[in-house]
Write a protein that binds this ligand. Structure first.
Ligand code: IMP
Ligand code: MG
Length: 426
């Protein structure tokens, strides 16, 4: 299929990068459309682990072209560091990476503002990754931001930035009682990175549209997940971009009707990093067991991920929103040994009503009591299985139940982190 989007159907960390890695071989271009260095995409190649943040994980495939769309919040310093680290491990990056000239920049002041803002929220903090993502997108919408193209024009960049920092420094000092930033330092740090990134800067929209015109195939790599989408996620406990497929067009400059296929990725249980509602969360031994077995620790921040049962209410909502053409189910192997599995099929809201719709109001989400159905577990490891027929019957019926509840065909089941540890169903 020429244009395929890979999106998360939960709160991120569904294992999108591993699925993308398996599809990248048959694609020509891999493109990020939103988020930034808040993302952590892990790919294991021949036992070696790579963690990607801003660089599309498709770069792990030699010869593939990768693009960073205009919708990405681009930290030039972090990106350059990431490129260098990948090069040090033997990957050729610079000749294969195109960065949109229209992507907004994350600058030092965004990170400073975010740290102060999160601290001032106290117990109401979002639990962000502190990568400056929220303040960058806030500047973009407020028409106060800086773009990659500005970085290539140092004279006007310095001037505009000095002007912007007057306001920012006033906020830092007067609102938060913090230390003002030096406009020169903020500018020079970004400009130094910009000089090295300059040869990679281009028009990503044109690149993608031309490629699709010529029948080339493009994979769009979503970061975070639909339940963290700024419009449709558990607002305000979300990231500040359109993490669902709805972000692909605005974030890359290709029209919606060019997207042929949407592959939704969902984990066989649920995790969340940071604060916010999580109806099926397990604050008990089962939750700890899932965390340990699934190695649920953040790729970017190292934080422990909150773990819980599969939530069919939330995931069905996400599958529908993304109009997924199929689903990839990940980490099924992690559930081996659990005697009983639970699946949330509805919520009971504070007023006593039962619903299978995913609520918009934070109050409802926070108080929602999941209604569970129980499912028999299985004991044997799944890591070596490559055909659905070879799955233990209880695992097969668990997959069928999730697929039915979510309302989409399951095309892939991942049973391990390495390349190839996948069961293909179609
Ligand atoms: P931000 O994206 O750093 O602003 O963080 C907002 C929320 O999204 C926090 O709860 C983060 O933990 C969460 N988040 C951001 N990026 C990721 C990710 O790649 N995986 C999982 N959660 C994420
Ligand atoms: Mg991640």
């Amino acid at each position: 299929m020429p244009a395929t989007a890979i999106v998360g159907l939960q709160w991120g960390d569904e294992g999108k990068a591993k699925i993308l890695d398996e599809l990248a071989q048959a694609s020509d271009i891999v493109c990020r459309y939103q988020g930034g260095a808040n993302a952590g995409h892990t790919v294991v190649v021949s036992g070696e682990k790579f963690a990607f943040h801003t660089v599309p994980s498709g770069i792990a495939h030699p010869g593939k072209l990768c693009a960073v769309g205009n919708g990405v919040a681009l930290d030039p310093v972090a990106l350059l560091e990431e490129i260098r680290a990948l090069e040090a491990r033997g990957l050729e990056v610079r000749s294969r990476l195109v960065i949109s000239e229209r992507a907004h920049l994350v600058l030092a002041y965004h990170k400073a503002l975010e740290a102060l803002d999160e601290r001032s929220r106290g117990t109401g903090a979002i639990g962000t990754t502190l990568r400056g993502i929220g303040p960058c997108y806030a500047d973009k919408a407020a028409r106060a931001g800086f773009r990659v193209a500005d970085l290539l024009r140092p004279g006007s960049f310095r001037k505009k930035l000095a002007e912007r920092l007057k306001r920012v420094n006033a906020e830092i000092e007067l609102v938060f009682g913090g230390k003002p930033l030096s406009p020169d330092e903020v500018a020079e740090e970004a400009l130094a990175a910009g000089r090295e990134l300059a040869p990679m800067v281009g028009d990503v929209s044109e690149l993608l549209n031309d490629a699709l015109d010529r029948g080339r195939s493009v994979l769009f790599e979503g970061a975070q997940g639909t339940l963290l989408d700024v419009d449709f996620g558990t607002y305000p406990f979300v990231t500040s971009s359109s993490a669902s497929v709805l972000g692909v067009s605005a974030g890359t400059g290709i029209a919606p009707q060019r997207i042929d296929r949407v592959l939704g990725v969902m984990k066989a249980y649920t995790t969340r990093v940071g604060s916010g509602p999580f109806p099926t969360e397990l604050n008990d031994e089962t939750g700890s067991r899932l965390r340990e077995r699934g190695r649920e620790f953040g790729t970017t921040t190292g934080r422990s991920r909150r773990c819980g049962w599969f939530d069919a209410v939330a995931t069905r909502f996400a599958a529908r929103l993304n109009a997924v053409t199929e689903v990839a189910l990940t980490k099924l192997d992690v559930l081996a040994g659990e005697p009983v599995l639970r699946i949330a099929t509805a919520y009971v809201l504070p007023d006593g009503t039962r619903t299978d719709r995913f609520p918009a109001a934070l109050d409802d989400l926070e108080a929602a009591r999941p209604v569970y159905e129980e499912h028999q577990g299985w004991s044997g490891p799944l890591g070596e299985i490559r055909r659905a027929e070879d799955l233990p019957p209880a695992a097969r019926s668990y997959v069928e139940r999730l697929t039915g509840l979510v309302g989409a065909q399951t095309a892939l089941i991942s049973v391990g982190e390495g390349r190839g540890a996948t069961i293909r169903l179609s």
